[in-house]
Design a protein around this ligand. Structure first.
Ligand code: NDP
Length: 500
C-alpha cells in the first residue's frame, strides 16, 4: 500500500462513488510545506443520503451476524492495519504534519489496539446480557442490542485513531457507520474503508462522506442516524448535541480541554519537566488532553524553569521523515494563524513572561519547510488564572506556568474552569498524589505520567469537555441499547381484570 494521489469520493456500498452532481471540491495541503496533496470531492446531500441508505441496507445482516464472526473479520482488519503500519503512518504524516517518528509508533498502533480490544471483547461475551429469577415463577433477561446506523464525526488531530476509536466499538457491537473525517485531514478514511473491505467487512457497514460543517450537520439531523459520536471543539459539540437531541439520538461528545498539571512540592524537578513537556509539546500541542496549565510550587519555580529551558532544546523540528524529528508544524494555515494570535496575545495583552519560543518559526528549517505552518514550542511564565492564554484552549505547543503556595490552593485554581477533560499530578508521596487526583474535576487523570490512553482505559471528559466515554468496557456500552424481557412461567397472569 502506497500513498495514492487520486481524487477522493464518497465511499459507500463498498467502493468510492463519483457523483454526477458536484458539491465542490478542494485540495488537501501538506502542512509541512504548504503544497497541495490531492483533491477531495465534497459529498453532496444526495451522496450522504446514499451512504446512509447503504448502511441501512447492510444493518440487518451485520447486526444478526454472531459477535464471534464479526470479531473474526475485524481481527483481519487489525492484522492489515499492522501490516501496513508504515504506509498508513506516511499518509498521516503527509496529512497532519506529525513526524513519522510519532505516526509510525502511535497513531495506527493505538487505533489497531482498540479494534483488537473491542473485537476480542465481543467475541468473549462483552455483549452478553444478564438474567435473574425475579420470583419462583418469573425471570428477567436482558439483551444488548445495536443501535442501527451511526455517524462518526472526527477532528483533525488524530485522524485514523479517531476513526478507529469510533468505528471499532460501533461495528463490533453490530452497528453500521457513516464516518465524516475533518475536511483538514481526510486522507486516512478511504484507506481504512479499503482495509475493512479487504478484511471481509460486508459492503455498506462502513461508509465515508467528505465535507465540512454542512455535511456534518446533515448527518447529525438525519432521521435514519441513531447515534452521533463526535470529536471536536466544545462550541461545535454544543451544536451537534443540540441537533441530535432534537431527534432523540444517542450522543458521545469528546470535546476540548484546558487541563491542569499540578507539580507537587516533593516532585523531582527532572520528572516534572519531562511530564510537562509531554503534556504540552507532543503532537505539537495538538492533543485534546494537553496539560497546558502547569502549576508549580513557588519555591520550585526557578529550578523548574531552568531544567525546562535545557530540555526544550531536545525539541527537534525538521524533515518529518527523519526519525530524529520529534516536532512538526501545525496542521493547517487557519490553525497556525489562530495559535500565533494566541502567542501574540500572551506577549502583548496578557503580558505574561515569555520564557522561550514566541510567534516565529523554529530555527534550522529548509527553504521548502519554511513555507509550512511551523511554530516554536513556547513557554509563558508568571501567568495568572485570568489571562486569556490560561483560560482558553489554544491547541498548540503553548505551555503556561502558574505558581502556587499551597496544594489546596492549586487544586482549587485547577478546578476553576468549565472544562474537565484531563488532569494530572507529579509527586513522590503517592498518598498525596491520589488525594489530589480525587479532588480534581476531570474524566482522564494521570499520576507521574501524561497522555497514555490504552484501549482498556475508558476516557471521556467531565463538565463541558464531553458526554460519555470511549474505550474500555464502558466504551462498548455506548453503542448498544438495552432490551429487558420479563418471562412469567406460572401460568397465571397478574391482572386486576378478574371476575369478582
Ligand atoms: P471542530 O469542532 O471544528 O470540528 C470537528 C468535526 O466536526 C469536523 O469534522 C468538522 O468538520 C465537523 N463539524 C463542524 N461543524 C459541524 C456541525 N455544525 N455539525 C456537524 N459537524 C460539524 O474541531 P476540530 O476539528 O478543530 O478539532 C479540534 C478540537 O477537537 C479541539 O477542541 C480538541 O480539544 C478536540 N478534540 C477532543 C478530543 C477528545 O477525545 N476529547 C480528541 C481530539 C480532539 P470540518 O472540520 O471538516 O469543517
Amino acid at each position: 500500500m502506497g500513498f495514492r494521489d487520486v481524487d477522493r469520493h464518497t465511499f459507500y456500498a463498498g467502493k468510492p462513488q463519483p457523483s454526477a452532481e458536484s458539491s465542490g471540491s478542494y485540495e488537501t495541503i501538506d502542512p509541512s510545506n504548504g503544497k497541495p496533496v490531492c483533491k477531495i470531492n465534497n459529498s453532496s446531500t444526495k451522496s450522504v443520503d446514499a451512504a446512509i441508505q447503504s448502511a441501512q441496507a447492510a444493518f440487518p445482516a451485520w447486526s444478526s451476524t454472531p459477535p464471534i464472526e464479526r470479531a473474526r473479520i475485524l481481527q483481519k482488519a487489525v492484522a492489515l492495519l499492522r501490516e501496513h503500519n508504515d504506509a498508513l503512518a506516511r499518509v498521516e504524516t503527509l496529512d497532519t504534519g506529525k513526524p513519522f517518528s510519532e505516526t509510525s509508533t502511535v497513531d495506527i498502533v493505538t487505533g489497531a489496539d482498540v479494534l483488537e480490544y473491542f473485537a476480542n471483547l465481543v467475541a468473549s461475551g462483552g455483549l452478553n446480557g444478564e438474567s435473574f429469577r425475579l420470583r419462583p415463577t418469573a425471570s428477567v433477561y436482558t439483551a444488548k442490542e445495536p443501535l442501527g446506523v451511526c455517524a462518526g464525526i472526527g477532528a483533525w488531530n488524530y485522524p485514523i485513531q479517531i476513526a478507529l476509536w469510533k468505528s471499532a466499538p460501533c461495528l463490533s457491537a453490530g452497528n453500521c457507520m457513516v464516518y465524516k473525517p475533518s475536511e483538514f485531514t481526510p486522507l486516512h478514511a478511504e484507506y481504512l474503508a479499503d482495509i475493512y473491505k479487504k478484511a471481509g467487512l460486508p459492503d455498506g457497514v462502513f461508509n465515508v462522506v467528505y465535507g465540512a460543517a454542512d455535511v456534518g450537520g446533515h448527518l447529525t439531523k438525519h432521521p435514519a442516524i441513531a447515534k452521533v459520536s463526535f470529536t471536536g471543539q466544545v462550541s461545535t459539540g454544543k451544536k451537534v448535541a443540540g441537533a441530535a437531541a432534537g431527534e432523540m439520538k444517542y450522543v458521545t461528545m469528546e470535546l476540548g480541554g484546558k487541563s491542569p498539571l499540578i507539580v507537587l512540592p516533593d516532585a523531582q524537578v527532572e520528572q516534572a519537566v519531562d511530564v510537562a513537556m509531554m503534556a504540552n509539546f507532543f503532537s505539537t500541542g495538538q492533543v485534546c488532553t494537553n496539560g497546558t496549565r502547569v502549576f508549580v510550587p513557588r519555591a520550585m519555580k526557578k529550578d523548574f524553569e531552568a531544567v525546562l529551558l535545557e530540555k526544550v532544546k531536545f525539541v527537534r523540528a525538521g524533515d518529518l521523515f527523519d526519525m530524529d524529528t520529534n516536532f512538526g508544524p501545525l496542521s493547517s494555515k487557519a490553525h497556525y494563524e489562530k495559535v500565533v494570535q494566541y502567542v501574540r496575545h500572551g506577549i502583548e495583552t496578557d503580558k505574561a513572561t515569555l520564557l522561550c519560543g514566541g510567534p516565529g518559526q523554529p530555527s534550522g528549517l529548509s527553504a521548502e519547510l519554511k513555507q509550512g505552518y511551523w511554530v516554536q514550542p513556547t513557554v509563558f511564565t508568571d501567568c495568572t488564572d485570568d489571562m486569556k492564554i490560561v483560560r482558553e484552549e489554544i491547541f498548540g505547543p503553548v505551555m503556561t506556568v502558574l505558581t502556587y503556595d499551597t496544594v489546596d490552593e492549586a487544586v482549587e485554581r485547577a478546578n476553576k474552569t468549565e472544562l474537565g477533560l484531563a488532569a494530572g499530578v507529579v509527586g513522590r508521596d503517592i498518598d498525596l498524589c491520589h488525594g489530589v487526583i480525587a479532588k480534581l474535576e476531570a474524566g482522564i487523570t494521570w499520576i507521574n505520567t501524561w497522555g497514555e490512553s490504552p484501549a482498556e482505559m475508558a476516557v471521556g471528559g467531565w463538565k463541558k469537555s464531553g458526554v460519555g466515554v470511549e474505550n474500555g468496557r464502558r466504551g462498548l456500552e455506548a453503542w448498544v441499547r438495552n432490551k429487558s424481557t420479563l418471562v412469567e412461567m406460572g401460568g397465571s397472569v397478574p391482572t386486576v381484570f378478574s371476575k369478582l
